[in-house]
Design a protein around this ligand. Structure first.
Ligand SMILES: [Zn+2]
Length: 80
């Protein structure tokens, strides 16, 4: 049996968070800079891969985040 720790710092802008198999996260958050008002991005904190949606948090965005979190083995960079 393995134990996993969920990062305690959850930024307010992150709407959904998927945990990868090595402890990084794939965060789904709005993209305020992009022109489309409901743009969201899924961003992997382990390998910097990302997937964008101009129409909000839709099924494709969640599907990408779920699939990426299941396979990515990149470790997040230590913060301290
Ligand atoms: Zn990744």
């Amino acid at each position: 049996m393995t134990s996993q720790t969920i990062p305690a710092d959850w930024p307010a802008c992150v709407r959904f968070r998927f945990l990868t198999i090595v402890g990084a996260t794939v965060d789904v958050m709005p993209q305020p800079i992009v022109a489309a008002p409901d743009s969201h991005e899924a961003f992997c904190r382990g390998c910097d891969a990302s997937y964008s949606s101009a129409t909000g948090v839709n099924a494709e965005l969640k599907k990408w985040a779920q699939a990426h979190s299941e396979t990515c083995r990149a470790l997040p960079r230590p913060t301290a």
